[in-house]
Design a protein around this ligand. Sequence first.
Ligand code: AMP
Length: 496
Amino acid sequence: MTDLTSESSAELNSETPIMAFAQLQLAAPLARAVAEMGYETMTPIQAQAIPVVLQGRDVMGAAQTGTGKTAAFALPLLQRMLKHENASTSPARHPVRALVLLPTRELADQVAEQVKLYGKYTNLRSAVVFGGMDMKPQTLELKQGVEVLVATPGRLLDHIEAKNTVLNQVEYVVLDEADRMLDIGFLPDLQRILSYLPKQRTTLLFSATFSPEIKRLANSYLQDPVTIEVARSNATASTVEQHFYSVNDDDKRHALHQILRQRGMKQAFVFVNSKLGCARLARSLEREGLKTTALHGDKSQDERLKALEAFKKGEVDLLVCTDVAARGLDIKDVPAVFNFDIPFNAEDYVHRIGRTGRAGAAGLAVNFVSKSDARLVADIEKLIKTKIELEPIAFEEDLPDIRKQGHINDGRRMYQQEADDIRREEYPARVPRAPRNEFKRPPLSKDPFFDKPYEAPHLAPDAVPSWETPAARPGVRSISSNIKSKRKVAALFKAA
Ligand code: AMP
């Protein structure tokens, strides 16, 4: 179909001036909902995407969660669908017209909550379906008719197969967090779902990175898309001080204690690559006197939110987390991020350290590099296009010798378990696990898009954007209580 590099795709950049929502002339029910949410000015992605989507163009957007991306697609889609709005009780009058696909139940639930809020003064109906939940209530809702359907791919296919919904009247499709969907191995499901949709439609694709696979997906399914970039996702903010310390696995906890103490830092995120490593490290740090909580894929949503709340209130010093657990949670302005394990995917490095040093505030990213991490560090170097100097670490003698208190190194094979869990949740025993090679990372992007220097949005250097202040989000829960605890694997942890 369309070549993204073609002259025809209009390229926008992050020069868009700050715009007030009032300038958009949204329909009254939407404007009212936006005002009620406390939004006045648009975020950069909103200022760029909303007018384009209102024109009915396809969009290829580089934007992450936390940028206001949901409203950037939801508001113009709702506005365009208003012509179909009706108060009829007949399901036939409420066919699915907009489909939003996301990789995880947390993200699906979060997006659905927001869509509900933006559309609350319209007669447009919305629903969310994701795996790990009873199909029956979802089926009931689908059968009543919904205009906006937010879904994870596996569960949506289950509903399609059970004939609980038909997608032949879909006018808009959003592939949100598309890179994550491909990482998890959802490509075949996406292809199947897209094959059920009418060819004549608007397609919006959002991804943190434009890997060759994402571009292939876009080339196949988007028509003459407008490329929108808000903050170059492969760039790390210049306000983040980054250190790469050469440390043996056994010395990492010692190093963590020392750096926290030397810097006078109380709170930090500590990233590890596996659930098992996460639980073990959190327990060790707790024993060593730091108030620590673990955030990993086996924690229920409720537990994750509680941990986050405790961190925000200052009741917890360290949140030890895995990428999957942290993904999609609205966590910003963390004083420091420690990469206790160097991430296997260089893009995760950018995601991880993006949680510190936001909006002009100083941030610190500390990386513990062991001998076996050389290739991973080289990948990061390539991605962020910055030479990484490994620094030695000199240990102070007066710190407790915690090195003898047990090994933390957790083994790479555990990493894949998180992605597998998402798949299993989506396919309870229906589809065998994807072959391992589905998870292979694509080669790094050579897109000139990422060669441009990072330009911050138009904000005063120390300004906190309005969309990041708690007051700007009255009543918005990031994740609903719909989400039930995942299966526990107590046996796995007993041994730890
Ligand atoms: P998202 O990236 O869509 O997950 O949005 C991140 C957070 O920003 C959500 O809590 C939204 O409610 C909030 N938000 C989105 N747009 C705006 C805006 N223009 N002004 C203030 N807050 C916003």
